[in-house]
Write a protein that binds this ligand. Sequence first.
Ligand code: FAD
Ligand code: FES
Length: 503
Amino acid sequence: MNFPQLPESYWRKTELPQFKELNSNLEVDVAIVGAGITGITTGLLLKKAGYNVTIIDADSILNGTTGHTTAKVTVQHNLIYNELLNNLGEEKAKLYFDANNMGLKWIKDYITKNKVECDFTEEDAYIYTNSTNYLTQIENESSAYNQLGIPGEMISKLPLNIPVKTGLVLRKQAQFHPIKYLKHLIKEFVNLGGLVFENTPAVDIEKGERPIVKTKKGFNISSKHIVITSHFPFLDMFGFYFTRMYAERSYILAAKIQEEFPGGMYISAESPTRSLRYTTLENGQKFVLIGGESHKVGQGVNTIRHYEALKSFGEQTFRVEEFLYRWSAQDLFTLDKVPYVGQITSNTNNIFVATGYGKWGMTNGTAAALLIKELITTGNSIYKDLFTPSRFNTDPSVKQFFINNADVAKHFIDGKLEFAIKKPDDLDINEGSVVSVNGKRAGAYKDEEGRLHIVDTTCTHMGCELEWNNGEKSWDCPCHGSRFSFKGDVLEGPAKKTLRRIE
Ligand SMILES: Cc1cc2nc3c(=O)[nH]c(=O)nc-3n(C[C@H](O)[C@H](O)[C@H](O)COP(=O)(O)OP(=O)(O)OC[C@H]3O[C@@H](n4cnc5c(N)ncnc54)[C@H](O)[C@@H]3O)c2cc1C
Ligand code: FES
Protein backbone atom coordinates (compact mmCIF):
# COMPACT_ATOMS: atom_id res chain seq x y z
CA MET A 1 0.00 0.00 0.00
CA ASN A 2 1.50 3.32 -1.08
CA PHE A 3 0.91 6.78 0.23
CA PRO A 4 3.45 9.59 -0.23
CA GLN A 5 5.73 10.12 2.76
CA LEU A 6 4.84 13.81 3.22
CA PRO A 7 6.47 16.07 5.82
CA GLU A 8 5.02 15.87 9.34
CA SER A 9 2.98 18.50 11.26
CA TYR A 10 2.93 21.90 9.52
CA TRP A 11 2.81 23.67 12.90
CA ARG A 12 6.11 22.14 14.01
CA LYS A 13 7.98 23.90 11.17
CA THR A 14 7.96 27.05 13.32
CA GLU A 15 11.24 27.60 15.11
CA LEU A 16 10.98 27.46 18.89
CA PRO A 17 13.39 28.50 21.64
CA GLN A 18 15.46 25.58 22.91
CA PHE A 19 16.01 24.76 26.55
CA LYS A 20 18.65 22.75 28.42
CA GLU A 21 18.10 19.52 30.32
CA LEU A 22 17.74 19.83 34.08
CA ASN A 23 21.12 19.00 35.62
CA SER A 24 20.73 20.00 39.27
CA ASN A 25 18.17 19.82 42.08
CA LEU A 26 15.65 22.68 42.32
CA GLU A 27 13.38 24.24 44.93
CA VAL A 28 10.33 26.01 43.47
CA ASP A 29 6.73 26.91 44.32
CA VAL A 30 5.19 24.98 41.41
CA ALA A 31 6.65 22.21 39.26
CA ILE A 32 4.77 21.56 36.02
CA VAL A 33 5.33 18.28 34.17
CA GLY A 34 4.56 18.59 30.45
CA ALA A 35 4.85 21.54 28.07
CA GLY A 36 1.77 21.38 25.86
CA ILE A 37 -0.99 23.99 25.81
CA THR A 38 -2.06 23.10 29.36
CA GLY A 39 1.38 23.14 30.98
CA ILE A 40 2.52 26.35 29.28
CA THR A 41 -0.72 28.26 29.94
CA THR A 42 -0.79 27.11 33.58
CA GLY A 43 2.88 28.08 33.97
CA LEU A 44 2.30 31.59 32.64
CA LEU A 45 -0.82 32.18 34.75
CA LEU A 46 0.95 31.10 37.94
CA LYS A 47 4.10 33.04 37.10
CA LYS A 48 1.99 36.18 36.62
CA ALA A 49 0.37 35.46 39.99
CA GLY A 50 3.83 35.71 41.58
CA TYR A 51 4.78 32.03 41.92
CA ASN A 52 8.22 30.63 41.26
CA VAL A 53 7.42 28.09 38.49
CA THR A 54 9.41 25.47 36.56
CA ILE A 55 8.13 23.51 33.56
CA ILE A 56 9.86 20.30 32.47
CA ASP A 57 9.19 18.23 29.36
CA ALA A 58 10.35 14.74 28.49
CA ASP A 59 10.95 15.81 24.88
CA SER A 60 11.17 19.22 23.26
CA ILE A 61 8.34 21.59 24.20
CA LEU A 62 5.11 21.43 22.18
CA ASN A 63 5.94 18.18 20.45
CA GLY A 64 3.02 16.30 22.01
CA THR A 65 -0.61 16.46 20.90
CA THR A 66 -0.58 20.28 20.91
CA GLY A 67 2.03 20.22 18.14
CA HIS A 68 -0.19 17.93 16.07
CA THR A 69 -3.67 19.33 16.63
CA THR A 70 -6.08 20.98 14.19
CA ALA A 71 -6.27 24.03 16.49
CA LYS A 72 -9.90 25.03 16.08
CA VAL A 73 -10.62 27.25 19.04
CA THR A 74 -14.29 26.67 19.65
CA VAL A 75 -16.83 25.72 22.28
CA GLN A 76 -18.71 23.64 19.70
CA HIS A 77 -17.43 20.24 20.84
CA ASN A 78 -19.20 17.85 18.46
CA LEU A 79 -22.68 17.10 19.87
CA ILE A 80 -21.77 17.35 23.54
CA TYR A 81 -24.32 19.71 25.09
CA ASN A 82 -27.42 17.57 24.76
CA GLU A 83 -25.48 14.62 26.19
CA LEU A 84 -24.20 16.68 29.14
CA LEU A 85 -27.66 18.07 29.75
CA ASN A 86 -29.19 14.58 29.88
CA ASN A 87 -26.40 12.95 31.88
CA LEU A 88 -25.22 15.68 34.24
CA GLY A 89 -28.08 18.18 34.32
CA GLU A 90 -28.48 21.79 33.25
CA GLU A 91 -26.24 23.38 35.86
CA LYS A 92 -23.18 21.25 34.99
CA ALA A 93 -23.78 21.44 31.24
CA LYS A 94 -23.90 25.24 31.55
CA LEU A 95 -20.70 25.25 33.65
CA TYR A 96 -18.93 23.18 30.98
CA PHE A 97 -19.96 25.73 28.35
CA ASP A 98 -18.99 28.68 30.57
CA ALA A 99 -15.55 27.22 31.38
CA ASN A 100 -14.77 26.64 27.70
CA ASN A 101 -16.17 30.00 26.67
CA MET A 102 -13.90 31.54 29.26
CA GLY A 103 -10.98 29.60 27.70
CA LEU A 104 -11.91 30.90 24.24
CA LYS A 105 -12.22 34.46 25.52
CA TRP A 106 -8.90 34.24 27.39
CA ILE A 107 -7.12 33.16 24.19
CA LYS A 108 -8.77 35.93 22.13
CA ASP A 109 -7.98 38.60 24.73
CA TYR A 110 -4.38 37.45 25.15
CA ILE A 111 -3.77 37.55 21.39
CA THR A 112 -5.40 40.98 21.03
CA LYS A 113 -3.73 42.54 24.04
CA ASN A 114 -0.26 41.23 23.19
CA LYS A 115 -0.67 41.61 19.41
CA VAL A 116 0.39 37.96 18.98
CA GLU A 117 1.02 37.04 15.35
CA CYS A 118 -0.38 33.54 15.23
CA ASP A 119 -2.69 33.50 12.17
CA PHE A 120 -5.64 33.98 14.51
CA THR A 121 -8.94 34.52 12.72
CA GLU A 122 -12.50 34.52 13.95
CA GLU A 123 -14.45 31.82 12.14
CA ASP A 124 -17.90 30.25 12.28
CA ALA A 125 -17.93 26.66 13.52
CA TYR A 126 -20.26 24.23 11.75
CA ILE A 127 -21.35 20.73 12.68
CA TYR A 128 -23.30 19.08 9.90
CA THR A 129 -24.83 15.81 8.83
CA ASN A 130 -25.85 14.21 5.60
CA SER A 131 -27.25 11.14 7.34
CA THR A 132 -30.92 10.81 8.32
CA ASN A 133 -29.75 8.98 11.48
CA TYR A 134 -28.32 12.23 12.82
CA LEU A 135 -31.22 14.61 12.08
CA THR A 136 -32.73 14.15 15.53
CA GLN A 137 -29.36 14.47 17.23
CA ILE A 138 -28.68 17.82 15.55
CA GLU A 139 -32.19 19.02 16.49
CA ASN A 140 -31.64 17.89 20.09
CA GLU A 141 -28.30 19.67 20.18
CA SER A 142 -29.98 22.81 18.90
CA SER A 143 -32.60 22.55 21.70
CA ALA A 144 -29.78 22.07 24.21
CA TYR A 145 -28.11 25.25 22.86
CA ASN A 146 -31.41 27.10 23.41
CA GLN A 147 -31.82 25.75 26.93
CA LEU A 148 -28.24 26.63 27.87
CA GLY A 149 -28.24 30.02 26.16
CA ILE A 150 -25.65 29.04 23.55
CA PRO A 151 -26.20 31.27 20.51
CA GLY A 152 -26.27 28.64 17.71
CA GLU A 153 -28.41 28.51 14.57
CA MET A 154 -29.70 25.57 12.53
CA ILE A 155 -28.55 25.58 8.88
CA SER A 156 -29.60 23.62 5.80
CA LYS A 157 -26.50 24.16 3.65
CA LEU A 158 -22.80 24.91 4.02
CA PRO A 159 -20.66 27.49 2.24
CA LEU A 160 -18.73 24.43 0.97
CA ASN A 161 -19.41 21.84 -1.71
CA ILE A 162 -20.52 19.15 0.76
CA PRO A 163 -24.00 17.60 0.68
CA VAL A 164 -25.81 18.38 3.92
CA LYS A 165 -29.22 17.54 5.37
CA THR A 166 -28.93 19.81 8.37
CA GLY A 167 -26.39 21.39 10.69
CA LEU A 168 -25.69 23.84 13.47
CA VAL A 169 -23.48 26.89 13.31
CA LEU A 170 -21.87 28.79 16.16
CA ARG A 171 -20.63 32.19 15.04
CA LYS A 172 -17.45 34.02 16.09
CA GLN A 173 -15.40 31.04 17.13
CA ALA A 174 -11.73 31.01 16.11
CA GLN A 175 -8.67 29.23 14.74
CA PHE A 176 -4.97 29.89 15.10
CA HIS A 177 -1.46 28.55 14.61
CA PRO A 178 -0.99 26.76 17.95
CA ILE A 179 2.81 26.87 18.00
CA LYS A 180 3.11 30.55 17.07
CA TYR A 181 0.58 31.31 19.81
CA LEU A 182 2.25 29.21 22.50
CA LYS A 183 5.72 30.42 21.50
CA HIS A 184 4.56 33.84 22.65
CA LEU A 185 3.31 32.46 25.98
CA ILE A 186 6.51 30.56 26.65
CA LYS A 187 8.62 33.65 25.86
CA GLU A 188 6.59 35.74 28.28
CA PHE A 189 6.90 33.00 30.91
CA VAL A 190 10.69 32.97 30.53
CA ASN A 191 10.92 36.78 30.49
CA LEU A 192 9.10 36.82 33.82
CA GLY A 193 11.74 34.47 35.25
CA GLY A 194 10.05 31.08 34.69
CA LEU A 195 12.36 28.12 34.06
CA VAL A 196 11.89 25.53 31.32
CA PHE A 197 13.82 22.28 30.89
CA GLU A 198 13.55 19.99 27.86
CA ASN A 199 14.59 16.34 27.52
CA THR A 200 13.84 15.95 31.21
CA PRO A 201 11.35 13.11 31.75
CA ALA A 202 9.71 12.95 35.17
CA VAL A 203 9.68 9.37 36.41
CA ASP A 204 8.29 9.54 39.93
CA ILE A 205 6.81 11.75 42.63
CA GLU A 206 7.54 11.60 46.31
CA LYS A 207 4.47 12.79 48.20
CA GLY A 208 4.74 15.09 51.22
CA GLU A 209 4.25 18.63 52.44
CA ARG A 210 6.72 19.61 49.74
CA PRO A 211 6.22 16.92 47.09
CA ILE A 212 9.20 16.08 44.88
CA VAL A 213 9.29 15.40 41.14
CA LYS A 214 12.04 12.92 40.38
CA THR A 215 13.60 13.05 36.93
CA LYS A 216 15.07 10.22 34.88
CA LYS A 217 18.61 11.57 35.33
CA GLY A 218 18.17 11.48 39.12
CA PHE A 219 17.53 15.17 39.88
CA ASN A 220 14.78 16.34 42.25
CA ILE A 221 12.41 19.29 42.00
CA SER A 222 10.98 20.04 45.40
CA SER A 223 7.88 22.24 45.30
CA LYS A 224 4.75 23.36 47.11
CA HIS A 225 2.54 22.18 44.23
CA ILE A 226 3.01 19.79 41.32
CA VAL A 227 0.84 20.04 38.20
CA ILE A 228 0.82 17.02 35.88
CA THR A 229 0.04 18.13 32.33
CA SER A 230 1.80 15.24 30.58
CA HIS A 231 -1.32 14.34 28.51
CA PHE A 232 -1.73 10.82 29.95
CA PRO A 233 -0.76 11.40 33.61
CA PHE A 234 2.83 10.09 33.75
CA LEU A 235 2.09 8.71 37.22
CA ASP A 236 -1.21 7.12 38.24
CA MET A 237 -0.89 7.58 42.03
CA PHE A 238 -3.91 5.29 42.59
CA GLY A 239 -6.16 7.58 40.51
CA PHE A 240 -6.77 4.57 38.19
CA TYR A 241 -6.76 6.88 35.17
CA PHE A 242 -6.05 3.97 32.83
CA THR A 243 -9.41 2.42 33.74
CA ARG A 244 -11.23 5.74 33.27
CA MET A 245 -9.85 7.05 29.96
CA TYR A 246 -9.25 5.80 26.46
CA ALA A 247 -7.13 7.22 23.65
CA GLU A 248 -8.38 7.96 20.14
CA ARG A 249 -6.11 8.66 17.18
CA SER A 250 -7.01 10.74 14.16
CA TYR A 251 -5.35 11.87 10.97
CA ILE A 252 -4.73 15.14 9.16
CA LEU A 253 -3.82 15.93 5.54
CA ALA A 254 -2.86 19.44 4.43
CA ALA A 255 -3.91 20.22 0.85
CA LYS A 256 -3.27 23.09 -1.52
CA ILE A 257 -6.52 23.64 -3.46
CA GLN A 258 -7.31 25.60 -6.62
CA GLU A 259 -10.51 27.26 -5.46
CA GLU A 260 -10.83 29.92 -2.76
CA PHE A 261 -11.72 28.36 0.61
CA PRO A 262 -14.81 30.23 1.88
CA GLY A 263 -13.69 30.36 5.54
CA GLY A 264 -15.35 28.60 8.46
CA MET A 265 -14.49 25.43 10.39
CA TYR A 266 -16.43 22.24 9.74
CA ILE A 267 -16.99 18.85 11.35
CA SER A 268 -19.36 16.04 10.45
CA ALA A 269 -21.64 14.63 13.13
CA GLU A 270 -21.42 11.13 11.71
CA SER A 271 -18.49 8.76 11.51
CA PRO A 272 -16.04 8.52 9.92
CA THR A 273 -15.53 12.10 11.06
CA ARG A 274 -14.56 14.72 8.51
CA SER A 275 -13.06 17.95 9.83
CA LEU A 276 -12.01 21.00 7.79
CA ARG A 277 -10.35 24.35 8.38
CA TYR A 278 -7.90 26.44 6.39
CA THR A 279 -4.62 28.00 7.35
CA THR A 280 -2.27 30.37 5.57
CA LEU A 281 1.30 29.79 4.36
CA GLU A 282 4.02 32.44 4.74
CA ASN A 283 3.37 33.59 1.13
CA GLY A 284 -0.28 34.24 1.98
CA GLN A 285 -1.58 31.20 0.15
CA LYS A 286 -4.35 29.33 1.96
CA PHE A 287 -4.34 25.58 2.34
CA VAL A 288 -6.90 23.25 3.86
CA LEU A 289 -6.48 20.86 6.77
CA ILE A 290 -8.58 17.76 6.19
CA GLY A 291 -8.93 15.71 9.35
CA GLY A 292 -10.82 12.72 10.69
CA GLU A 293 -10.82 8.91 10.62
CA SER A 294 -10.77 8.62 14.43
CA HIS A 295 -10.33 5.22 16.00
CA LYS A 296 -9.19 3.83 19.31
CA VAL A 297 -5.40 3.60 19.41
CA GLY A 298 -4.07 0.24 18.20
CA GLN A 299 -7.52 -0.74 16.92
CA GLY A 300 -7.62 0.84 13.46
CA VAL A 301 -7.26 -0.78 10.05
CA ASN A 302 -3.94 -0.45 8.22
CA THR A 303 -3.18 3.20 9.14
CA ILE A 304 -2.27 4.23 5.60
CA ARG A 305 -5.90 3.51 4.64
CA HIS A 306 -6.96 6.38 6.91
CA TYR A 307 -4.85 8.82 4.92
CA GLU A 308 -6.23 7.39 1.69
CA ALA A 309 -9.80 7.90 2.91
CA LEU A 310 -9.05 11.54 3.76
CA LYS A 311 -7.36 11.99 0.39
CA SER A 312 -10.40 10.78 -1.51
CA PHE A 313 -12.72 12.96 0.62
CA GLY A 314 -10.44 15.94 -0.14
CA GLU A 315 -10.48 15.19 -3.85
CA GLN A 316 -14.28 14.84 -3.88
CA THR A 317 -14.71 18.16 -2.09
CA PHE A 318 -12.00 20.36 -3.67
CA ARG A 319 -9.84 20.67 -6.78
CA VAL A 320 -6.70 19.54 -4.97
CA GLU A 321 -3.43 20.77 -6.48
CA GLU A 322 -1.11 19.03 -4.08
CA PHE A 323 -0.98 17.36 -0.67
CA LEU A 324 1.69 19.07 1.43
CA TYR A 325 1.75 17.47 4.89
CA ARG A 326 0.31 14.54 6.75
CA TRP A 327 0.32 13.70 10.41
CA SER A 328 -1.66 11.94 13.10
CA ALA A 329 -2.04 12.27 16.85
CA GLN A 330 -4.14 11.05 19.74
CA ASP A 331 -6.20 12.54 22.50
CA LEU A 332 -7.87 11.17 25.63
CA PHE A 333 -11.54 10.70 26.47
CA THR A 334 -12.96 10.48 29.99
CA LEU A 335 -15.97 8.40 31.06
CA ASP A 336 -18.43 11.32 30.98
CA LYS A 337 -16.61 13.45 28.34
CA VAL A 338 -15.75 16.14 30.89
CA PRO A 339 -11.96 16.52 31.41
CA TYR A 340 -10.27 15.49 34.66
CA VAL A 341 -8.86 18.69 36.16
CA GLY A 342 -8.00 19.09 39.83
CA GLN A 343 -6.36 17.15 42.65
CA ILE A 344 -4.96 13.87 41.32
CA THR A 345 -6.76 11.97 44.09
CA SER A 346 -9.18 13.31 46.69
CA ASN A 347 -6.64 12.98 49.52
CA THR A 348 -3.72 14.68 47.73
CA ASN A 349 -4.15 18.43 47.90
CA ASN A 350 -0.84 19.59 46.43
CA ILE A 351 -0.62 17.44 43.28
CA PHE A 352 -2.90 18.39 40.38
CA VAL A 353 -3.66 16.84 37.03
CA ALA A 354 -5.33 18.09 33.81
CA THR A 355 -6.22 15.65 31.05
CA GLY A 356 -9.00 14.06 28.96
CA TYR A 357 -10.05 16.83 26.57
CA GLY A 358 -11.76 14.57 24.00
CA LYS A 359 -10.08 16.35 21.06
CA TRP A 360 -11.14 19.81 22.24
CA GLY A 361 -8.03 20.81 24.16
CA MET A 362 -7.56 24.37 22.90
CA THR A 363 -10.44 25.74 25.00
CA ASN A 364 -10.49 22.84 27.50
CA GLY A 365 -6.71 23.07 28.07
CA THR A 366 -6.95 26.82 28.63
CA ALA A 367 -9.97 26.40 30.91
CA ALA A 368 -7.99 23.74 32.83
CA ALA A 369 -5.07 26.15 33.27
CA LEU A 370 -7.41 28.86 34.58
CA LEU A 371 -9.01 26.38 36.99
CA ILE A 372 -5.69 25.05 38.33
CA LYS A 373 -4.43 28.58 38.83
CA GLU A 374 -7.58 29.33 40.86
CA LEU A 375 -7.27 26.11 42.88
CA ILE A 376 -3.64 26.86 43.73
CA THR A 377 -4.15 30.55 44.50
CA THR A 378 -7.51 30.39 46.32
CA GLY A 379 -8.19 26.70 47.01
CA ASN A 380 -11.61 26.83 45.34
CA SER A 381 -13.53 27.49 42.13
CA ILE A 382 -17.11 27.23 40.88
CA TYR A 383 -15.77 24.73 38.31
CA LYS A 384 -14.04 22.51 40.91
CA ASP A 385 -16.80 19.90 41.33
CA LEU A 386 -17.60 19.60 37.63
CA PHE A 387 -14.00 18.84 36.65
CA THR A 388 -12.69 17.08 39.75
CA PRO A 389 -10.97 13.82 38.73
CA SER A 390 -12.41 12.16 41.86
CA ARG A 391 -16.01 12.45 40.64
CA PHE A 392 -17.94 9.41 39.59
CA ASN A 393 -21.24 10.35 37.95
CA THR A 394 -23.03 7.03 38.23
CA ASP A 395 -24.75 7.27 34.88
CA PRO A 396 -23.27 7.12 32.24
CA SER A 397 -19.87 6.69 33.86
CA VAL A 398 -20.57 3.19 35.17
CA LYS A 399 -21.74 2.03 31.75
CA GLN A 400 -18.77 3.61 29.99
CA PHE A 401 -16.39 2.22 32.64
CA PHE A 402 -17.57 -1.33 31.89
CA ILE A 403 -17.50 -0.79 28.11
CA ASN A 404 -13.90 0.53 28.28
CA ASN A 405 -12.65 -2.21 30.52
CA ALA A 406 -14.46 -5.02 28.68
CA ASP A 407 -12.79 -3.70 25.53
CA VAL A 408 -9.40 -3.79 27.27
CA ALA A 409 -10.02 -7.36 28.45
CA LYS A 410 -11.05 -8.44 24.94
CA HIS A 411 -7.88 -6.99 23.40
CA PHE A 412 -5.77 -8.50 26.15
CA ILE A 413 -7.10 -11.97 25.36
CA ASP A 414 -7.32 -11.60 21.55
CA GLY A 415 -3.68 -10.46 21.40
CA LYS A 416 -2.50 -13.47 23.40
CA LEU A 417 -4.40 -15.86 21.10
CA GLU A 418 -3.22 -14.30 17.85
CA PHE A 419 -0.91 -16.64 15.97
CA ALA A 420 1.70 -15.09 13.67
CA ILE A 421 2.75 -16.99 10.56
CA LYS A 422 5.14 -14.40 9.17
CA LYS A 423 8.85 -14.65 9.95
CA PRO A 424 11.14 -11.58 10.18
CA ASP A 425 12.88 -12.58 6.93
CA ASP A 426 9.56 -12.45 5.06
CA LEU A 427 9.35 -8.68 5.51
CA ASP A 428 9.90 -6.21 2.67
CA ILE A 429 11.88 -2.99 3.11
CA ASN A 430 9.87 -0.49 5.21
CA GLU A 431 7.42 -3.18 6.33
CA GLY A 432 6.50 -3.96 9.92
CA SER A 433 4.43 -6.84 11.21
CA VAL A 434 3.70 -9.20 14.05
CA VAL A 435 6.00 -12.17 13.41
CA SER A 436 6.90 -15.47 14.95
CA VAL A 437 10.37 -15.74 16.51
CA ASN A 438 11.23 -19.18 17.96
CA GLY A 439 7.49 -19.94 18.04
CA LYS A 440 6.69 -16.80 20.06
CA ARG A 441 4.85 -13.60 19.09
CA ALA A 442 7.20 -10.69 18.37
CA GLY A 443 7.17 -7.48 16.37
CA ALA A 444 9.56 -6.80 13.51
CA TYR A 445 10.25 -3.84 11.24
CA LYS A 446 12.70 -3.85 8.31
CA ASP A 447 14.09 -0.31 7.85
CA GLU A 448 15.13 1.46 4.62
CA GLU A 449 18.66 -0.04 4.89
CA GLY A 450 17.26 -3.54 5.31
CA ARG A 451 18.07 -3.74 9.05
CA LEU A 452 15.62 -5.69 11.17
CA HIS A 453 14.35 -4.25 14.46
CA ILE A 454 12.64 -6.94 16.53
CA VAL A 455 10.88 -6.25 19.81
CA ASP A 456 8.74 -8.12 22.32
CA THR A 457 5.19 -6.92 21.54
CA THR A 458 3.93 -7.25 25.11
CA CYS A 459 3.08 -3.74 26.31
CA THR A 460 5.16 -2.74 29.34
CA HIS A 461 2.16 -1.03 30.93
CA MET A 462 -0.14 -3.96 31.71
CA GLY A 463 0.75 -6.67 29.25
CA CYS A 464 -1.61 -6.26 26.27
CA GLU A 465 -0.24 -7.21 22.86
CA LEU A 466 0.77 -4.30 20.60
CA GLU A 467 -0.33 -3.76 17.01
CA TRP A 468 1.77 -2.37 14.15
CA ASN A 469 0.94 1.17 12.95
CA ASN A 470 2.40 1.43 9.47
CA GLY A 471 1.51 5.13 9.03
CA GLU A 472 3.73 6.19 11.95
CA LYS A 473 6.01 3.11 12.05
CA SER A 474 5.18 2.48 15.67
CA TRP A 475 3.84 -0.25 17.95
CA ASP A 476 0.48 0.85 19.41
CA CYS A 477 -1.39 -0.59 22.37
CA PRO A 478 -5.12 -1.30 21.90
CA CYS A 479 -5.72 -1.27 25.67
CA HIS A 480 -4.77 2.16 27.03
CA GLY A 481 -3.12 3.82 24.03
CA SER A 482 0.62 3.59 24.80
CA ARG A 483 2.85 3.81 21.73
CA PHE A 484 6.43 2.68 21.13
CA SER A 485 8.89 3.39 18.31
CA PHE A 486 9.96 0.46 16.10
CA LYS A 487 13.08 0.34 18.28
CA GLY A 488 10.92 -0.08 21.38
CA ASP A 489 11.24 3.41 22.95
CA VAL A 490 8.13 4.84 24.62
CA LEU A 491 6.43 7.50 22.45
CA GLU A 492 3.26 7.93 24.50
CA GLY A 493 2.18 6.69 27.92
CA PRO A 494 0.82 5.38 30.21
CA ALA A 495 3.67 2.87 29.59
CA LYS A 496 7.00 4.05 30.95
CA LYS A 497 9.40 1.20 30.20
CA THR A 498 10.86 0.52 26.75
CA LEU A 499 10.03 -2.74 24.99
CA ARG A 500 12.43 -5.66 25.30
CA ARG A 501 14.56 -5.85 22.15
CA ILE A 502 15.10 -9.24 20.58
CA GLU A 503 18.46 -9.71 18.86
C1 FAD B 1 -5.72 14.97 15.50
C2 FAD B 1 -6.18 15.88 16.59
C3 FAD B 1 -6.84 17.06 16.26
C4 FAD B 1 -7.27 17.91 17.28
N1 FAD B 1 -7.91 19.06 16.94
C5 FAD B 1 -8.32 19.91 17.90
C6 FAD B 1 -8.99 21.10 17.57
O1 FAD B 1 -9.21 21.42 16.40
N2 FAD B 1 -9.38 21.92 18.59
C7 FAD B 1 -9.16 21.59 19.88
O2 FAD B 1 -9.58 22.34 20.76
N3 FAD B 1 -8.51 20.46 20.23
C8 FAD B 1 -8.09 19.62 19.27
N4 FAD B 1 -7.44 18.46 19.61
C9 FAD B 1 -7.14 18.20 21.01
C10 FAD B 1 -5.93 18.99 21.52
O3 FAD B 1 -4.94 19.06 20.53
C11 FAD B 1 -5.38 18.31 22.78
O4 FAD B 1 -6.42 18.08 23.67
C12 FAD B 1 -4.33 19.17 23.48
O5 FAD B 1 -3.35 19.57 22.55
C13 FAD B 1 -3.70 18.42 24.64
O6 FAD B 1 -2.78 19.28 25.23
P1 FAD B 1 -1.96 18.85 26.51
O7 FAD B 1 -1.21 20.05 26.95
O8 FAD B 1 -2.86 18.21 27.49
O9 FAD B 1 -1.00 17.68 26.04
P2 FAD B 1 0.27 17.64 25.08
O10 FAD B 1 0.26 18.71 24.07
O11 FAD B 1 0.37 16.24 24.58
O12 FAD B 1 1.47 17.95 26.05
C14 FAD B 1 1.94 17.01 27.00
C15 FAD B 1 3.44 17.18 27.14
O13 FAD B 1 3.87 16.38 28.25
C16 FAD B 1 5.14 15.83 27.95
N5 FAD B 1 5.35 14.65 28.80
C17 FAD B 1 4.75 13.44 28.72
N6 FAD B 1 5.23 12.60 29.69
C18 FAD B 1 6.15 13.32 30.39
C19 FAD B 1 7.00 13.01 31.50
N7 FAD B 1 7.02 11.81 32.07
N8 FAD B 1 7.84 13.98 31.95
C20 FAD B 1 7.86 15.23 31.37
N9 FAD B 1 7.08 15.55 30.31
C21 FAD B 1 6.22 14.62 29.84
C22 FAD B 1 5.05 15.50 26.47
O14 FAD B 1 6.35 15.41 25.89
C23 FAD B 1 4.23 16.68 25.94
O15 FAD B 1 5.06 17.73 25.46
C24 FAD B 1 -7.02 17.58 18.62
C25 FAD B 1 -6.38 16.39 18.95
C26 FAD B 1 -5.96 15.55 17.95
C27 FAD B 1 -5.30 14.27 18.32
S1 FES C 1 -1.19 0.86 27.55
FE1 FES C 1 -2.00 -0.34 29.11
S2 FES C 1 -1.51 -2.35 28.51
FE2 FES C 1 -0.66 -1.11 26.97
